[in-house]
Design a protein around this ligand. Structure first.
Ligand code: ARG
Length: 457
């Protein structure tokens, strides 16, 4: 059934119908559509725009439709243009004339604006919860590894020693910020557009605030033109999802490197790896690679909606129907990635010995050797030069700074004494980095405590 047949003299061309329809994808928010309709009808009843009896008939009818869709008894027919037409037509079929009053004081423009908001608002909460679970997993690894040494890198070159807890802590910060962003988006989007009509409000005495409160909104939107044409919250959400994926992509890239034959810092569990059809020895980090790869399609959704919105005059235009498929896909992609990534982390093991050996054999303590000289009165720039010479010496001999004899040290600078070995030991290098946010177990345990409290909130 068409909602708008009256003005037309010809049947719709089938290709036009296929091109125009959105039921194939907006059926995803049938529950939100029905929830919105029930709130709208309760308000119409309260305001005596329809009778209480009509109100109750419609509510029962809508609840019946919801149950039948939930249980699979009612299937989405191809003839309906969108979820809104589908539900309304079905309601009229079920309850007759009362059903024809459902759409009083409403347009599909404010209806779809509401549905999309309700759907994405639910998803914002769900993604936030999934991220919290991921953070718990990261924190567990951190708590166990405040003394697991590994090299910290810049330019993919070994730089200074850190710990596994410290490295994971960097990602904890990123995903924590992502959660903050989701909270912000939730706050900003949490205003109800229903009651804005097609664009210019309605002539019925609607109580918009009542509808908004039934739908758990903080308040109502204040401009009916903006209400039906605002998709900023979709853009903000996709931007946030893109940032989440960027974080995953970086983490996955590191995991691929750590899992490589050359590094062997980590073992991805067999249940999260895949094999090669030809090379029997292979165990590939496909999940990490796929998550890294899926980042592209989430960025694509953001670019797509930004481009769609840029040329649209006020108020509603059909272009906006294009907000759905990519947003749904991005949401499902991100949720899948969070779950898979969390599982991969939960089952991953760390080759602590290899990580520690790698830290020892990369001159990650060179800065500390320079600091030793500075503490003995050598200006930093000179100290930098002296340690440079030490490194050159070691590289030629294929040894670490820790392996040099005191004579060898003194041949380059007389300032070195026997306590140099302790000063540049891995333990010292890590333990002395005690500033807030640094990797020493002491500093790290303080940070971990803050994170624990944050997650227990
Ligand atoms: N399927 C449409 C959308 O997603 C619903 C709104 C239709 N409104 C209209 N005036 N044709 O945007």
């Amino acid at each position: 059934m068409k909602l708008w047949g009256g003005r037309f003299t010809k049947e719709e061309n089938q290709l036009v119908h296929n091109f125009n329809e959105s039921l194939s994808f907006d059926q995803k928010f049938y529950a939100q559509d029905i929830r919105g309709s029930i709130a709208h009808v309760k308000m119409l009843g309260k305001q005596n725009i329809i009778t209480k009896d009509e109100m109750n008939q419609i509510i029962d009818g809508l609840n019946g439709i919801k149950t039948d869709i939930d249980t699979g008894k009612l299937r989405f027919s191809k003839e309906s243009e969108d979820i809104h037409s589908f539900v309304e037509a079905n309601l009229i079929e079920r309850i007759g004339d009362a059903g024809k009053k459902l759409h009083t004081g409403r347009s599909r423009n404010d209806q779809v604006a509401l549905d999309m908001k309700l759907y994405t608002r639910d998803e914002v909460v769900e993604i936030n919860t999934l991220l919290k679970t991921l953070l718990s997993s990261l924190l567990k690894v951190m708590e166990k590894n405040t003394e697991t040494y590994m090299p910290g890198f810049t330019h993919l070159q070994k730089a200074q020693p850190i710990t596994l807890a410290h490295h994971f802590g960097a990602y904890f910060e990123m995903f924590k910020r992502d959660r903050d962003r989701l909270d912000d988006i939730y706050e900003r989007m949490n205003y109800c557009p229903l009651g804005s009509g097609a664009l210019a409000g309605t002539t019925y005495p609607l109580d918009r605030e009542y509808t908004a409160s039934l739908l758990d909104f903080k308040g109502v939107t204040l401009n009916s033109m903006d209400s039906v044409s605002d998709r900023d919250y979709v853009i903000e959400l996709l931007s946030c999802l893109s940032t989440i994926m960027m974080h995953f992509s970086r983490f996955c890239e590191e995991i691929c490197i750590w899992n490589s034959n050359e590094y062997r810092f980590v073992n991805i569990d067999d249940s999260y790896s895949t094999g090669s059809s030809i090379m029997p020895q292979k165990k590939n980090p496909d999940i990490a690679e796929l998550i890294r790869g899926k980042t592209g399609r989430v960025y694509g959704a953001l670019t797509s909606i930004l481009t769609t919105m840029k040329g649209i005059p006020l108020a509603y235009n059909k272009d906006m129907q294009e907000d759905k498929e990519l947003t749904f896909d991005a949401i499902d992609t991100v949720k899948g990635c969070i779950v898979l990534f969390t599982g991969m982390i939960d089952t991953m093991t760390f080759n602590k010995d290899i990580m520690e050996a790698s830290t020892k054999h990369g001159f990650t303590n060179a800065t500390d050797a320079a600091d030793y000289l500075v503490n003995h009165g050598v200006p930093f720039r000179d100290a930098h030069g002296i340690v440079g010479e030490l490194v050159l010496f070691c590289e030629e001999k294929g040894i670490a700074l820790d392996d040099m004899t005191l004579e060898e040290y003194n041949a380059i600078s007389p300032v070195f004494e026997n306590d140099i070995y302790e000063a540049i030991s891995l333990e010292t290098c890590i333990n002395k980095r005690m500033t807030i946010g640094a990797p020493s177990p002491e500093a790290m345990n303080n940070t971990i405590k803050i994170y624990r409290e944050y997650l227990n909130k």
